[in-house]
Design a protein around this ligand. Sequence first.
Ligand code: AMP
Length: 569
Amino acid sequence: MIVGIDLGTTNSLVAVWRHGNSVLIPNALGQLLTPSVVSLGDQGEVMVGMAARERLSTHPARTASVFKRYMGTNRVITLGNQDFRPEELSALVLRSLKADAEALLGEPVTEAVITVPAYFNDLQRKATKAAGTLAGLEVRRLLTEPTAAALAYGIGLGDEEQYLMIIDLGGGTFDVSLLHCFEGVMEVRATAGDTWLGGEDFVDVIVNAFMVERGEAAGLPPVSQLAPIHGVLRRQAEMLKRRLSDADTAELALSYQGKEITWSLTRDKFELLAEPVLARIRQPIERALRDARVKPETLSQVILAGGATRMPMLRRLIGRLFRRMPLQHINPDEVVGRGAAVSAGLLARSVGLEEIIMTDVAPFTMGINVSERQPDGSRLKGVYMPIIERNTIIPASRVKPVFNIDDNQTAIGIQVYQGESLLVKDNILLGKMSVGCPPAAEGEIQVDVRFTYDTSGLLEVEATVLKTGVTERLLIEGNPGSLTKDEIADRLAKLSKLKLHPRDDTDNAALLARAQRLYEQRLGHVRAVIGDALASFIAALDTQAPDRIRSTREQLRKIVEAHDDESFL
Ligand code: AMP
């Protein structure tokens, strides 16, 4: 059985193709979304999903989230006293999803289609594939997330030529992709986005407004102090934000130092406050259209993905920009996972789907530092000269000339930058080199600067002085290190030694983690009540007596639910 997996930054999802439909698979808690969070328990057992997410605040040193951001890098994430690479943490999430699928399907699951962001480079894709291998899954296909979203809507399988835009606003990342579909081929023509923009920024807006209007006066410490009350406030603000997607007004309630603080916010005011954040959505959309040289009216559909696209203000903005309403009838949290299932179904039936993937574009512009003569004869230094522009198909090799700017200059310095700004100081410096220069008048020495960029993120810079034929080289490794076959085998052995938290115990683990979080956040009487019930439950777990565990668990659950709002995904 081939499953489709959306391995997301905040949440992941597994689905299969059955009887002509994509079917989402619930986890052991009965939820369709599994938080992409991993935590190590006190006995070194691995927890994945909701229980792990609850432990982010109670056991931050033993818990990891958002590791998808580091796929394809050498970053090591330490949980307790164990080190993990991002692909190992992803593998633990995949393993948990695999177990959920096996529990539902009643058969081993050994193959998967896994989705990746369209902008993932070769190394990030390799790391995702390695994560699959580490989880015991043969990755039959890495599918880009926008292609998956289109497939979920059944788009792209016919012969009709069309352009689509996929707008994906998740918890912490914003991705825009432009897809070109023709004769069964789906090609990502451009990607743009903002890796630090998402639903969380809208929560910040609410938290800040609350602090100014009510929180400071009520004596709450400044948000920068990260007191436990801020955890409670954030959750309340998150809930308020979600309610405002359906209601015109919603309320936030918080108890602090024995006082009940309530605050209400209207959708109109929220939208006004969120305007600066919403403004950041526009630019990547316009950039993707420009880069792909496609006019908004040429698009046949706009598709929304990611939970934060539920906000009416976002839908209206898209409606205004494109003068049409986006496709939104598939749940935006599920659309990528459903598309992965469609792809798995196509593979199982050996139906061809050709995807021209974006492994092969430069994600940023790369160039060098030059100085530019101004009309009045003066020179402006530190100007950026792009050599390989973003969204150029790679491997690519481009050459541009530079000249000496002074008489009898002895060397020409070349500084290599990445970025999109006119002045190099606003871009990122990647490296420096210098070439010797024979004596000559200004502008007489030509140096050809060649950039060669390959799919593994390696940039080679060659500077050739035409007059002498001397060439200097500089190698810049963008993304050092991916796992070799042997390293994967080593890591596999290590991971298989890790004890996974038993699946049939997930409910206990999630409740335990949630109660512990609530205990840390609350004070006084409420804290004492939670503490008592929690202690009885822990004692019952130690006895391993099923009846006692059941009764103390239900007692604890009742108390937790009375003092905590529903746990949302
Ligand atoms: P994802 O990464 O796709 O799971 O998206 C998660 C983001 O979607 C979080 O920032 C959530 O706050 C946001 N989200 C989920 N449901 C809603 C809703 N009803 N209204 C507004 N934002 C939502």
